[in-house]
Every structure is written in structure tokens, then in C-alpha cells.
Ligand binder design. Structure first.
Ligand code: ADP
Length: 158
């Protein structure tokens, strides 16, 4: 059974993330989305809220599970029994950072392979931080997130 994790902050989950999740769920038998709870960033949503939104937007995907984790990503992958680690790539700027992390992870956990999925060009510009910024200034985020996430963002920013 091919099992992978897709770790990230998902603060909040965007259509770009969902696109990566849908594609990765076809490549692996089981995909576990790992919501990082000890990120250095101060999140808008609590880890429980992020997990809840991710469960809602992935409920149509039977082989996708959502969990939270703290500590090292490779330890989370090992706990899950996964040997794949999925990350999305939007631009060259993502690549430099992601390559370094992937190489580091490979030294710590050689049995786990990082798989990069390049962004769907429709969402190449999209990030959780841009969604929050647009929403904070009263802009329309309906092209960036699902309606349920849009509602949660507006509620949070009120
Ligand atoms: P992190 O804080 O770990 O970067 P994010 O929630 O910002 O967490 O992103 C999780 C993963 O999803 C990262 O690999 C990121 O590059 C990828 N990602 C984010 N937005 C997009 C997008 N629009 N298209 C493809 N991949 C994306």
C-alpha cells in the first residue's frame, strides 16, 4: 500500500491545496494531510479549526485523512507508516526552500521520499497569506477558497 503525507500549515486551506490533494490522492492509496501545530508563524485559525475545514473540503475523497502533528515532519510520516511526502511547488522561490528541506529530510529519514507536485497554473499565484490579506481588506476571496472556508475567514476577521 502506497501511503503519503501532505504536511503544511493550511491557514486556511485554499483551492491550490485542494488541487494538490486531489492529484496526490490518485497517486497514493492513502493520503494523510498533516496540519502543523507548532509552526513558528502565528496562525489565524487554530489547528482544530484548520483540521475541521480540511475534513470538510476533502470529504469527497475516501482515501484522504486529516490529522494534526507537531515536531519533525519525518517523525509524523514514520508514525503514519508513510514513505511518501507530498509538497506543492508554485514558483522558483518555493523550489529553493523545498529542495533544502527535502534534502535535509532525506538525510534524517532516507526511507521517505519527497514528491513534488507542480501547481495547477490556475492557482500558481495563490497562497493562504494572500487569501487572508485580501479578506482583511474586504476583498472577494470566492475564487481562492471553497464557500465554507470563505465563511470561516469572514467570521474570523469580523
Ligand atoms: P507551509 O507553511 O508548510 O508552506 P502551506 O499551507 O503554505 O504550508 O503549504 C503547504 C504546501 O502546499 C506547500 O508545499 C506549498 O508549497 C503548497 N502549496 C500552497 N499553495 C499552493 C498552490 N496554490 N499550488 C500548489 N501548491 C501549493
Amino acid at each position: 500500500m502506497k501511503k503519503a503525507i501532505y504536511p503544511g500549515s493550511f491557514d486556511p486551506v485554499t483551492l491550490g491545496h485542494i488541487d494538490v490533494i486531489e492529484r496526490a490522492s490518485k497517486l497514493f492509496d492513502h493520503l494523510i494531510i498533516g496540519v502543523l501545530c507548532n509552526s513558528a508563524k502565528t496562525p489565524l485559525f487554530s489547528v482544530e479549526e484548520r483540521v475541521k475545514m480540511l475534513r470538510e473540503v476533502t470529504k469527497h475523497l475516501p482515501n484522504v485523512e486529516v490529522k494534526s502533528f507537531g515536531g519533525l515532519t519525518v517523525d509524523f510520516a514514520r508514525e503514519c507508516g508513510a514513505n511518501g511526502l507530498v509538497r506543492g511547488l508554485r514558483a522558483v522561490t518555493d523550489f529553493e526552500y523545498e529542495l533544502q528541506i527535502a534534502q535535509l529530510n532525506r538525510v534524517i529519514a532516507p526511507e521517505i521520499d519527497t514528491v513534488f507536485l507542480t501547481t495547477n497554473l490556475k492557482y500558481a499565484y495563490l497562497s493562504s497569506s494572500s487569501v487572508k490579506e485580501v479578506a482583511a481588506y474586504g476583498g472577494d476571496i470566492s475564487s481562492f477558497v471553497t464557500p465554507c472556508v470563505e465563511e470561516e475567514v469572514h467570521k474570523k476577521l469580523k
